[in-house]
Design a protein around this ligand. Structure first.
Ligand code: NDP
Ligand code: HSE
Length: 432
């Protein structure tokens, strides 16, 4: 059979990884796909740099439209990033009747509903395994492997850059800035690394995972997003003393009232799997009603791991392109006419345990007053310790589960006590 023809948009970290994997594993991939997968055209900014990597047999252009409108091409692989040009090119590729593979979670988190609707209309596939958790086949696992289950929750480390930064700071005492620079050099970070460190990239991915898990439209704008930039080193140290590590988690949970959708730094028990995920590795726990808890672990970023997912999508599309559209796996795991309108819960309705740290004057009655406010809000204290700080003291509490609205109300009252000398630090704790 003749090779399937591919056009690449982008030949950066992931694009060059994809090129290299397709070349070095060409025979193995063809044995799996049933035919060879051949890249025939590539769009980049720097033609000279690209020519040095791919040689003379591939058409190079600086205009992505040349690729998506090339009649020879069956599959367009979007590895440019961003949601402006990438959106135009992906929409045009779909309009041209081409299948699309993309690693671009920012694009799908913001415009996924529009893109999937257009693709459905034109009966083409849009595959995005590389958009979540790098090389881990988490989308395939949820969309196909766990399809028998009512998924109850999923939680994971889904940003390699922040996990790399937290690991380097905790294990090697490296500064935040130095660890971020390393993550950029290693190709883990987004073009705009604030997306990583402010939790936005994780929220892009989480909103896709929530859609796949619960059959809801992609709703990135409703996700609660906190990154790691305001995390204090002393909280990492206090957490350790309490038996916890702090990780940036994406968590989505189906409750009777709606769906939790949140990204934030989270205390996780030191002995848990998530606490021990190091560097740019990712891990996702998925809890289904039939299977119970399942765990997916692997490289969350970088050229070859991400290329592994891109090429897996290319093989899937190659195998399925002759199948009737209704026999293909739906984009978001559920049939497009069977999506649910279950609401995303506001953060006040979220239920979690909490870590609270406050600096107070070190005098009698202080602890009792704080404990009274927590008790009046029906918030139960799990453990606490106090650390002297000159004439003052830091008090650290771990609470049992409470509604976030109740915790926030109690914190406002505590903040107004005359002996409280700092803003109250509040972090969430998940025992999963
Ligand atoms: P890079 O910045 O390394 O590569 C981007 C590529 O797009 C470059 O080849 C660049 O060309 C090309 N490009 C950018 N703008 C244009 C333009 N206007 N016209 C033509 N070509 C253009 O990004 P990554 O490879 O890291 O990321 C690509 C996508 O993959 C993003 O969506 C990212 O979120 C996602 N992703 C990245 C992962 C990673 O580990 N890096 C992991 C998972 C997903 P030139 O080379 O000439 O500058
Ligand atoms: N910047 C992303 C990360 C790349 O660090 O996880 C992988 O999606």
């Amino acid at each position: 059979m003749s090779p399937i023809k591919v056009g690449l948009l982008g030949l950066g970290v992931v694009g060059s990884g994809t090129w290299n994997v397709l070349k070095r594993n060409a025979d193995e991939i063809a044995r799996r796909a049933g035919r060879r997968i051949e890249v025939v055209a590539i769009a980049v900014r720097d033609l000279e740099k690209a020519r040095a990597l791919v040689g003379d047999d591939v058409t190079l252009t600086t205009d992505g439209m040349d690729v998506v409108r090339n009649p020879e091409i069956d599959i367009v692989v979007e590895l440019v990033g961003g949601d402006t040009l990438a959106r135009e090119w992906v929409m045009e590729a779909i309009a041209q009747g081409k299948h699309v593979v993309t690693a671009n979670k920012a694009l799908l988190a913001k415009h996924g509903n529009e893109i999937f609707a257009a693709a459905h209309e034109r009966s083409v596939m849009v595959a995005f395994e590389a958009a979540v958790a790098g090389g881990i086949p988490i989308i395939k696992a949820i969309r196909e492997g766990l399809t028998a289950n009512r998924i109850q929750w999923l939680a994971g480390i889904i940003n390699g850059t922040t996990n790399y930064i937290l690991s380097e700071m905790r294990n090697r005492g490296v500064s935040f800035a130095e660890a971020l620079a390393d993550a950029q050099r290693l190709g883990y970070a987004e073009a705009d690394p604030t997306f990583d460190i402010e939790g936005v990239d994780a929220a892009h991915k989480l909103s896709l995972l929530a859609s796949l898990a619960f059959g809801i439209p992609v709703q990135f704008s409703k996700a609660h997003v906190e990154g790691i930039t305001s995390l204090a080193l002393e909280d990492l140290q206090h957490a350790q003393r309490l038996g916890y590590n702090i990780k940036l988690l994406g968590i989505t949970r189906a409750r009777e009232e709606g769906i939790e959708l949140r990204v934030h730094p989270t205390l996780v028990p030191l002995q848990s799997m998530l606490a021990n995920v190091q560097g740019a590795m990712n891990a996702v726990l998925v809890h289904g009603d039939a299977v119970g808890q399942t765990v997916y672990y692997g490289a969350g970023a970088g050229a070859l791991p991400t290329a592994s997912a891109v090429v897996a999508d290319l093989v899937d599309v190659t195998r399925l392109q002759t199948a009737e559209p209704e026999h293909r796996v739906p984009y978001l795991a559920f049939q497009h006419n069977a999506m649910s309108d279950t609401p995303i819960l506001p953060m006040d309705e979220v239920v979690s345990s909490y870590y609270l740290r406050l600096r107070v004057d070190d005098r009698p009655g202080v602890l009792a007053d704080v404990a009274r406010i927590l008790a009046q809000a029906s918030i139960s204290i799990g453990s606490m310790f106090q650390e002297p700080a000159g004439e003052q003291a830091d008090i650290i509490f771990l609470t049992h589960e409470a509604r976030e609205g109740a915790i926030n109300g109690a914190i406002s009252q505590i903040q107004n006590l005359p002996f409280v000398q700092s803003a109250v630090t509040r972090l969430r704790v998940e025992n999963l």
